[in-house]
Design a protein around this ligand. Structure first.
Ligand SMILES: NC(=O)c1ccc[n+]([C@@H]2O[C@H](COP(=O)([O-])OP(=O)(O)OC[C@H]3O[C@@H](n4cnc5c(N)ncnc54)[C@H](O)[C@@H]3O)[C@@H](O)[C@H]2O)c1
Ligand SMILES: [Zn+2]
Length: 661
């Protein structure tokens, strides 16, 4: 293809992506896919010696269109040049002392203090003009509003959501178009840029400084690390973790080792990262390096290898599901991902299919999100020759387009009641042994009852006696048959959590999954529902996968389903198993518990799950509302705070004893 045309096309496409990413916090492609196109554009621009003024390689961010007040950046806030090559990173040191820092995955925020008080906070915006977010910054979890330093202080850093918080938030929070946030950076950006400070306060934003733009000159002649350490130790900030590397030569292997260690710190502390940053320690040397329109030359980002795989699309298959929706699946030339040959990936819905303008033979990029589910991330060619079907692949009846819960999604639906037996199917399922176990209600009867409108919801089955007279008069029925049928229905009212859950027909939550959940939640439906409400990580349970977790949240996210369930609940009795009172009287019920340090028997997530199962609320920071602090190895400031506030501190052993393990 003509290179200049391609440059134009890429510039245009990347600008659309930048707007979605920076202004709407709703990217339609992954960062890896974006970076690929960006790198292609950069290469072509260099080869041709042409770059348009609106090229993303020539400017940073994107002009903000929000209604937040604008602020100027006298010292522009720019992006970073990047590499994926460790040798290149090592060579960048060029005989200088350097800082190897975490590259935190959030958004740049600048804080200005004067007279010892926080004066203003702003986003980077397009580098020259940002947005005023002071109202939100005041709710950041870990920044001092007052500092023992009265001269002007201007610092930059990353505003982030911690990964453990994100996992909890993910299932509850939706963006402006009603879609779930999939990406931690976008949720942080959306939160920091929201109009009301309450949203920000609720979600929990942390700010970690990585540079000092103005101030602290009396502390150090020329060293960035000294200034950062003043921020950390004297002014009360939590600085972005870094290693100070002196100018001594290091092998690439040593370097790799440092990166691994820093990465481990990030995991431990729940910092979201997308790479490392190497910057010079000398401030004067840094200044002498100069800049481009896009970045300062005094730092280099090291991005982790992406996991995108290029292949060619063969076709798109449309599959009708039991639930009436017709879903596209991409079929492509097999690629090996983590040792598995992958040749198909769901395209989820009509909107997702349309977004990629697919055609047979197009080069597409596949990823394995969360290392589990293959996902189409981008179509490099966009020939757009494939179209969505008009007729149901199952029954041949016309399909209709329905819009989903979220604004931007729409899907195809088969309207033919008989097509996938979807309606009747769910009632047949409901009566099965593994569900409500209603013997004696045949498919034929169910089909009759539904066609008469006597059964519209599950609860209606338990009210069939309203139609007793009509049913008795049916062909082949009679008083005795009805009595038998009614007895079976009545008997089925007594059930347990596992059968009840299975009966709800949540996709993939069948007999086994229901039993697993029953065990974990001690047969307690309310406990389970409470967990759903609090964003419990079901996928942490052995035997419950990510898709199952998604399905649970999707199902309970629908008001219609909730209503169906509540109605049904009134008709049945859900028996608990014998040790039902296990939780009551345990000392953690209803308490707020903060865990700090490293535990021997739990990861941070598993101890949180354990606490939730005990009916406790895991807290993040210690305050006067904290009931217990569980302190493991290397417990630090939180432990000190607990002591200061006179809060009961438990060792891990004491915790285990108290919960009766
Ligand atoms: N998916 C999409 O549609 C889309 C669109 C636009 C941009 N993007 C992504 O955003 C990237 C561009 O964003 P960017 O310009 O913010 O660049 P970037 O995120 O790649 O790197 C620069 C930023 O890193 C941050 N940072 C974190 N830790 C730091 C540290 N210790 N020291 C210095 N800086 C640190 C700073 O905020 C800085 O602005 C692209 O590479 C792409 O991955 C994605
Ligand atoms: Zn059909």
């Amino acid at each position: 293809m003509d290179s200049i045309l391609r440059i134009q096309e890429l510039t245009e496409r990347l600008n659309i992506y930048r707007d979605e990413y920076y202004n709407q916090n709703a990217p339609s492609v992954s960062d890896e896919a974006y970076d690929r196109l960006f790198d292609e554009l950069k290469r072509l621009e260099q080869e041709e010696g042409i770059a348009f003024s609106n090229s993303p390689t020539q400017s940073v961010g994107y002009e903000a269109v929000s209604e937040l007040k604008k602020t100027e950046h006298p010292i522009p806030l720019l992006s970073l040049d990047k590499t994926k090559n460790i040798t290149e990173l090592n060579q960048f040191r060029a005989g200088q002392d350097t800082l190897l820092m975490l590259k935190l995955d959030g958004l740049t925020v600048k804080l200005e203090y004067e007279g010892g008080k926080l004066l203003r906070a702003s986003t980077r915006g397009n580098g020259e003009t940002g947005e005023d977010i002071t109202h939100n910054a005041k709710t950041f979890r870990n920044i001092p509003l007052v500092i023992p330093y009265s001269d002007k202080l201007v610092i930059t850093g990353e505003a982030v959501i911690h990964t453990d918080d994100f996992e909890r938030l993910q299932s509850q929070t939706v963006d402006s178009s009603g879609e779930k946030y999939r990406n931690i950076r976008n949720l942080a950006a959306g939160t920091v840029r929201s109009f009301d400070a309450e949203t920000c306060a609720k979600r929990g934003i942390y700010f970690h400084p990585f540079d000092v733009l103005e101030g602290l000159d009396n502390y150090s002649a020329d060293c960035k690390h000294v200034k950062l350490s003043v921020l950390q130790h004297q002014l009360g900030f939590e600085v972005c973790p870094f290693y100070y590397l002196n100018k001594m030569k290091q092998t690439d292997q040593d370097f790799q080792q440092y990166i691994e260690e820093l990465k481990e710190t990030a995991v431990q502390e729940h910092f979201p990262i997308d790479g490392m940053v190497l910057t010079y320690d000398s401030i004067s040397y840094s200044k002498s390096c100069g800049r481009t329109g896009h970045h300062y030359k005094s730092g280099l980002a090291f991005k982790f290898e992406d996991d995108l795989y290029e292949t060619r699309l063969i076709s798109v298959e449309w599959l009708a599901s039991r639930f009436g929706a017709v879903t596209p699946v991409a079929i492509f030339e097999p690629v090996e991902i983590d040792g598995c040959m992958i040749s198909r990936a769901s395209l989820h819905n009509l909107a997702y299919f349309q977004r990629f303008e697919l055609g047979a033979g197009d080069r597409i990029l596949i990823s394995k999100r969360n290392m589990i589910i293959p996902q189409v991330e981008e179509n490099l060619d966009r020939s757009g020759t494939l179209e969505a079907p008009e007729l149901c692949p199952n029954c041949g009846e016309p399909l209709i387009v329905k819009s989903g819960d979220a604004e931007k999604t729409c899907f195809l639906q088969c309207q033919n009641q008989g097509c996938t037996m979807k309606h009747l199917g769910s009632f047949i399922h409901f009566t099965r042994k593994k569900c409500m176990n209603i013997s004696g209600i045949s498919e034929k009867l169910l089909s009759l009852f539904t066609s008469q409108g006597w059964i519209r919801t599950y609860a209606d089955i338990y009210r069939l006696d309203r139609y007793r007279e009509q049913i008795v008069r049916l062909d082949g029925m009679g008083e005795q048959s009805f009595a038998r049928l009614w007895k079976a229905i009545e008997e089925s009212r007594k059930t347990d959590f596992a059968h009840f859950l299975c009966a709800l027909d949540i996709p993939l939550i069948g007999e086994t999954a229901s039993r697993i959940l029953a065990k974990v939640f001690h047969d307690d439906l309310d406990g389970f529902l409470n967990a759903v409400q609090h964003g419990y990580l079901f996928s942490r349970i052995d035997g419950i996968g990510l898709v199952m977790q998604d399905n649970i949240y999707e199902w309970f996210g629908s008001d219609k389903n909730l209503k169906t369930m509540e109605e049904l609940r009134k008709e049945v009795v859900i028996m608990k198993n014998t040790n039902q009172n296990e939780n009551q009287g345990n000392p953690f019920e209803g308490k707020t518990v903060v865990v700090t340090g490293t535990l021997a028997n739990f990861t941070r997530d598993s101890v949180h799950i354990q606490l939730m199962q005990l009916g406790a609320k895991p807290g993040k920071s210690v305050s006067k509302n904290t009931d217990y602090v569980i302190a493991g190895e290397k417990a630090g400031s939180k432990l000190a705070k607990a002591k200061e506030l006179n809060i009961t501190v438990l060792t891990e052993d004491e915790f285990m004893q108290m919960m009766g393990a």
